[in-house]
Design a protein around this ligand. Structure first.
Ligand SMILES: C[S@@+](CC[C@H](N)C(=O)[O-])C[C@H]1O[C@@H](n2cnc3c(N)ncnc32)[C@H](O)[C@@H]1O
Length: 245
């Protein structure tokens, strides 16, 4: 696996207390290597969960972050931002992805780590909502779990027994690229499968086996089952970055 020098500065147990999927700081660090972030920019962190990506953006890039999430309350996230010493630069917002409180063109950058597929895999979300959040010339960046390629029935045979409805939002890099590109609203600047997806995913799957049920209930073995079943290595982690025209 590639080195993640920025993520290495952060306490592993702090990451594990607050992650909600495969190490979001690794995913964000990989994505940010393909984006252009400068001090003072206004960044939307959509689906930030417990906000560790928002803390990372503020500390590593000196940007102002609107940390937007649905399942995690703004009050819980504010406490974490205060503890991390970034409450003057990271603002917690509780809002659903289709009911956002932001002015059009407010952000320089809109980022989403391991979240966009929950609400953005439909044809209209990018042109109707996400694209409008950013000013002309601004940037978009997402990382989503997906598949190395498209399958006629939607999933590989190896994963048939585990395929649940929400996984139909898992797609290939090319599929995600087309979803945004065909709108004509942006220019794709990067679109790729992140290297070693299983090595990235495994620590989260191992943690989930031990800890998931304490916070989230049943299902902590799901990631392990799906990684083990994926004998053809079709599971991917996809990064997509674009600039608004
Ligand atoms: C798998 S978690 C990832 C959280 C965080 N980015 C991380 O990697 O730890 C997905 C996040 O997407 C958010 N999300 C899902 N559906 C959403 C929606 N309709 N509107 C806003 N956020 C949503 C959830 O609140 C959740 O925190």
């Amino acid at each position: 696996m590639r080195p993640y020098p920025k993520t290495e500065k952060y306490d592993k147990s702090w990451i594990e207390q607050n992650w909600m999927g495969p190490n979001p700081l690794w995913l964000l660090e990989d994505l940010c290597d393909h984006m252009d972030l400068h001090p003072g920019m206004k960044v939307l962190d959509m689906g930030c969960g417990k906000g560790i990506t928002s803390v990372f953006l503020a500390k590593e890039y000196d940007v102002t972050v609107f940390a937007n999430d649905l399942w995690i309350s703004a009050t819980d996230n504010l406490r974490r931002f205060e503890d991390a010493g970034v409450a003057d630069k990271v603002f917690p917002i509780h809002a659903e992805a289709h009911q956002l409180p932001y002015a059009e063109g407010f952000f320089d950058v809109a980022i989403s780590i391991d979240s966009y597929y929950y609400y953005g895999a439909g044809e209209t979300y990018f042109p109707d909502v996400f694209s409008k959040l950013v000013k002309p010339g601004g940037q978009f960046g997402i990382v989503v779990p997906g598949l190395r390629k498209e399958f006629e029935k939607g999933y590989p045979d190896t994963l048939e027994k585990l395929w649940i409805p929400e996984l139909f939002a898992f797609h290939s890099a090319r599929w995600w690229r087309t979803l945004w590109e065909k709108t004509g609203l942006c220019e794709i600047t990067s679109c790729y499968d992140i290297d070693d997806p299983k090595a990235i995913w495994l620590p989260w799957a191992d943690w989930s086996l031990e800890n998931f049920d304490k916070e989230w209930g049943e299902g902590g073995d799901f990631d392990t089952k799906i990684l083990e079943a994926d004998t053809d290595n079709d599971i991917a982690l996809i990064a997509l970055a674009a600039r608004k025209k």
